[in-house]
Design a protein around this ligand. Structure first.
Ligand SMILES: [Zn+2]
Length: 334
């Protein structure tokens, strides 16, 4: 997901003179989008969803339904949200991708040879936030209208704001198709550890699955020596009956402890009276240069890859993680 999707069009730096590979861009039709959002490959997503988060993601009341019935109803809402692109929207996205291609060929050939697939939806699902499904980037009509408007006004001359959005989302596509590649970044460079944590019921009811980070159990060490402990960054809903997305979302740091090997458990078997906002965990916040999207290694990587490849709007450029991540990117994104 990308929360800060509002576009800021700023100057891009020169991209070098490497020969650009032709970009492959595909816009799904409404029928193709419905199939992509609800077909067999998408079912794993719905199988993870709980009632309250489906209410948030579809704005449907989903009352008096079993969990399975609600998942079917949610899937139908996603299918019904599909739209056809307008010519202006296609032109804007195609130009953005084409303008980026020399930069990708020079700095991230893996991205240059990865096809671009776009799905358009109306504003009724996932809070209109840009996200991905399978190999496709899902954009809501509000985002697309803003892009088409900027494009029509000629503001795509130096479209690094659009590039950042597209590269963030395309990184999620690549994370899905190259999980082992990115796992190395998360563990060796970032310091996360992937474990197994069975969520207690109180968390299950409140958890929100990020479609771009469906594997939640990445834990992170806080504190030093004897004070060292581990936290699991997680998304929760603060309201279960009529949750709004993303207004009723909160990002928390859940305490976890090791049981045996990869099996870990939440410290709080019952819901605690107060929870820790991830933002207040300074060891965690300070560990990463990107702010606002640092709640999962997939999101940290998506932000960092977009900033590394465009070389603009780099947050906290002095942060030591940039050099180590650039070094990883130089090898991994070939
Ligand atoms: Zn994202």
């Amino acid at each position: 997901m990308r929360f800060g999707w509002l576009l800021v069009l700023v100057l891009a730096t020169a991209a070098g003179n490497a020969p650009a590979q032709q970009a492959s861009v595909h816009f799904l039709s409404r029928a193709e989008s419905s199939a992509a959002l609800t077909g067999a490959a998408a079912q794993g997503y719905y199988a993870q969803l709980q009632l309250a988060e489906m209410r948030a993601k579809t704005a449907l009341p989903l009352k008096n339904l079993s969990l399975d019935e609600a998942r079917v109803a949610a899937g139908k809402a996603y299918a019904a949200a599909s739209e056809d692109f307008t010519d202006d929207e296609r032109a804007a996205l195609a130009d953005a991708v084409e303008s980026m291609q020399p930069v990708l060929s020079a700095r991230a050939p893996l991205y240059a040879r990865t096809p671009w697939c776009f799905i358009k939806v109306n504003g009724t699902i996932e809070g209109s936030l840009p996200h991905t499904r399978g190999d496709c980037i899902v954009l809501a009509e509000g985002v697309l209208q803003a892009l088409a408007k900027a494009h029509a006004k000629g503001k795509f001359d130096h479209p690094s704001g659009v590039w950042s959005l597209l590269l963030h989302e395309q990184t999620h596509v690549l994370q899905r198709s190259n999980p082992a590649l990115f796992a190395g970044l998360y563990t060796d460079i970032y310091g996360f550890r992937q474990v197994e944590v069975v969520p207690p019921d109180w968390l299950k009811l409140r958890r929100v699955i990020n479609p771009d980070a469906p594997v939640v159990e990445w834990i992170y060490p806080i504190g030093k020596d004897a004070a060292r402990r581990w936290v699991l960054p997680d998304f929760e809903l603060s309201e279960l009956d009529h949750p709004q997305m993303p207004a009723d979302f909160k990002v928390v740091a859940l305490g976890v402890h090791e049981l045996e090997g990869r099996r870990w458990a939440l410290d709080d078997a019952v819901m605690p009276a107060a929870q820790t906002d991830l933002e207040s965990v300074t060891d965690y916040v300070d560990a990463f240069p990107v702010k606002g999207e640092a709640f999962h290694p997939n999101e940290i990587a998506a932000e960092m890859m977009a900033e590394i490849i465009t070389a603009v709007r780099v947050q906290n450029p002095e942060h030591p993680l940039w050099a180590r991540t650039r070094q990883w990117a130089d090898g991994a994104l070939r």
